[in-house]
Ligand binder design. Structure first.
Ligand SMILES: NC(=O)C1=CN([C@@H]2O[C@H](COP(=O)(O)OP(=O)(O)OC[C@H]3O[C@@H](n4cnc5c(N)ncnc54)[C@H](O)[C@@H]3O)[C@@H](O)[C@H]2O)[C@@H](O)CC1
Ligand SMILES: [K+]
Length: 503
């Protein structure tokens, strides 16, 4: 799915109106109808629920007027509140004229704010994508009043006061929504940790926006769904053999962290690699052979950390990082790998920290390599803290462009920047994954997909990120959030990948 800017969203609304020969009021009726249906069918409003609909002066307020009208007509006790304004949009004015006489209109004023009691549902239709400056005055006072209450707040399109694709000034008033109902496509703001407390649980409501117009919109930011990935992973042909799926090499582990090498190895195997060799320090040899008998193990001459790079000739892809440690001799192995590798690399964990500590090594990254930092590792990698989540995304795109590599930023919606500047957000996964070893599993999974000869670097990265989160989602009913271990994610990699395979 494309993540459109506010300007593109407006253009899409216009394109839909033209292509479908409808009026903007018709489209508003559809949008508001979708909100009303969600309130009735999903929030399960009952006839005793107190519903306060708060409307601003633009089309977001227009949506609110239609919701209020529809709920009133259906017999629900709606209270309608309007924010005073010098100007109103044409559609707002039109919808106001359509209000039934029995629906009282209340003016919001400093001494006249909605009274919130236990169980009140507030529909926030103050401002949407037309927000052009931070909220102040009465609008800010109303938002703060509602934020201080226990109301269930349902934001129409976007929580009022939240910018759709930039950071609003610190301390400006932003509605803390319980639910955000957006029309058809998500907004970039929803995917960023800094906005989690404003956006709440977000849902997409289809309103029949013009599919052709969406397809024609130039957009470099995507929210990647299973539908878009299905078929990107070739089915295993009947006459395939282990050579078809590549031979992967993993460099991982140090004393006390051999488990990271084991998890990454198991994940790589479960992701369908043809052959797997894992290089661990000698201390890990028995552990790896016993816990991952399908993999070959090449022990380093040193006991506790890696000191020598094996011959790379046999391998289609090389991964390095999980549990590696940052010993000087290991750094020398990483340098040698960067200097000699002719195949894509997957770089994770301590290998990223080593790259951050010696930035000159970053110039040696083979093109199309894939780096998988979490935000702290990414900060070390680029050597500069981000001002906010948007700045961090800029840094991510710059890094990918500068190095010619794919770079991941791990999180609730893991982001991937491609060398061409495109940004992709993953849609799968759950908070149970926030525990040790999840990242090691991702490295192994991505390594298998990069070793596979039939998949492009971008598809490998997107499929790998999706399958990682999806495997955790499939494991969840068996484990619960607290009980979800990295090894549970490994168990469900196979089914998660199967869902994306060609028919
Ligand atoms: N264009 C369309 O056809 C559709 C629009 N829809 C709705 O329309 C919304 C966008 O409507 P608009 O473009 O009218 O924008 P908004 O309703 O978000 O607000 C725009 C109005 O608020 C004023 N304003 C902006 N920031 C302000 C601030 N900080 N303090 C006070 N006033 C401020 C503007 O001057 C303008 O009058 C979407 O979010 C969505 O809810 C939906 O009905 C779907 C169809
Ligand atoms: K809103």
């Amino acid at each position: 799915m494309k993540l459109l800017s506010a300007a593109q969203t407006r253009a899409l609304d216009q394109a839909t109106i033209q292509a479908q020969h409808i009026t903007s009021a018709d489209l508003m009726e559809r949008a508001a109808g979708a909100v009303t249906n969600w309130l009735l069918d999903e929030l399960l409003l009952d006839y005793d629920t107190e519903i306060q609909v708060c409307c601003g002066p633009g089309n977001n307020g227009g949506d609110g007027l239609v919701v209020a009208r529809q709920l009133h007509r259906a017999g629900y006790p709606v209270q309608l509140w309007l924010l005073p304004a010098a100007r109103h949009s044409t559609d707002f004015t039109h919808q106001k004229q359509q209000l039934p006489t029995g629906l009282a209109v209340r003016q919001i004023a400093p001494d006249n704010l909605p009274t919130i009691t236990a169980g009140t549902v507030v529909v926030d239709a103050l401002f949407g994508t037309g927000l052009s400056r931070p909220l102040e005055g009465l609008a800010a006072a109303l938002v703060r009043h509602l934020n201080d209450s226990d109301a269930t707040v349902v934001a129409v399109d976007i929580p009022s006061g939240l910018y759709a694709d930039a950071t609003q000034p610190a301390d400006s008033a932003v509605m803390r929504a319980t639910y955000t109902l957006s029309f058809e496509l998500p907004k970039l703001a929803f995917l960023l940790p800094q906005n989690a407390s404003f956006v709440g649980d977000w849902r997409l409501l289809p309103i029949g926006l013009d599919a052709q117009a969406i397809q024609n919109m130039a957009c470099a930011i995507h929210f990647v769904t299973a539908d878009e990935l299905r078929g990107r992973l070739p089915k295993r042909p009947k006459f395939s053999h282990k050579g078809t799926f590549g031979h992967a090499l993993l460099l991982a582990g140090s004393k006390g962290k051999i488990g990271a090498a084991v998890l990454a190895t198991q994940a790589c195997l479960r992701a369908g690699v043809g052959l797997m060799t894992t290089r661990v320090p000698a201390v890990g040899y028995d552990i790896l052979q016993i816990s991952a008998p399908e993999a070959m193990c090449l022990a380093d001459p040193a006991t506790d950390f890696l000191t020598e790079l094996p011959d790379l000739t046999p391998y289609a892809a090389v991964g390095i990082g999980p549990g590696l440690g940052q010993h000087d001799d290991t750094r020398a192995v990483l340098r040698q790998l960067l200097e000699t590798a002719q195949v894509p690399l997957i770089i994770d964990a301590d290998a990223l920290n080593l790259l951050g500590a010696q930035p000159e090594l970053q110039q040696l990254l083979p093109p199309d390599s894939l780096l998988t930092p979490h935000p702290k590792e990414f900060e070390r990698l680029v050597g500069e803290p981000a001002r906010d989540d948007y700045h961090r995304l800029d840094q991510l795109r710059n890094f990918a462009g500068r190095t010619g590599c794919y770079c991941v930023l791990k999180g609730a919606y893991t982001a991937l920047a491609a060398p061409d500047g495109a940004l992709y957000f993953n849609s799968t996964g759950n908070p149970g994954m926030a525990s040790g070893g999840s990242g090691d599993v991702l490295t192994g999974l991505l390594l298998a997909l990069r070793a596979h000869q039939g998949i492009s670097p971008l598809a490998a990265a997107l499929v790998g990120l999706h399958a990682h989160g999806r495997a955790a989602d499939l494991a969840l009913p068996h484990t619960g959030h607290a009980g979800l271990l990295a090894s549970d994610i490994v168990r469900f990699i196979g089914p998660a990948l199967e869902e994306l395979m060609d028919e």
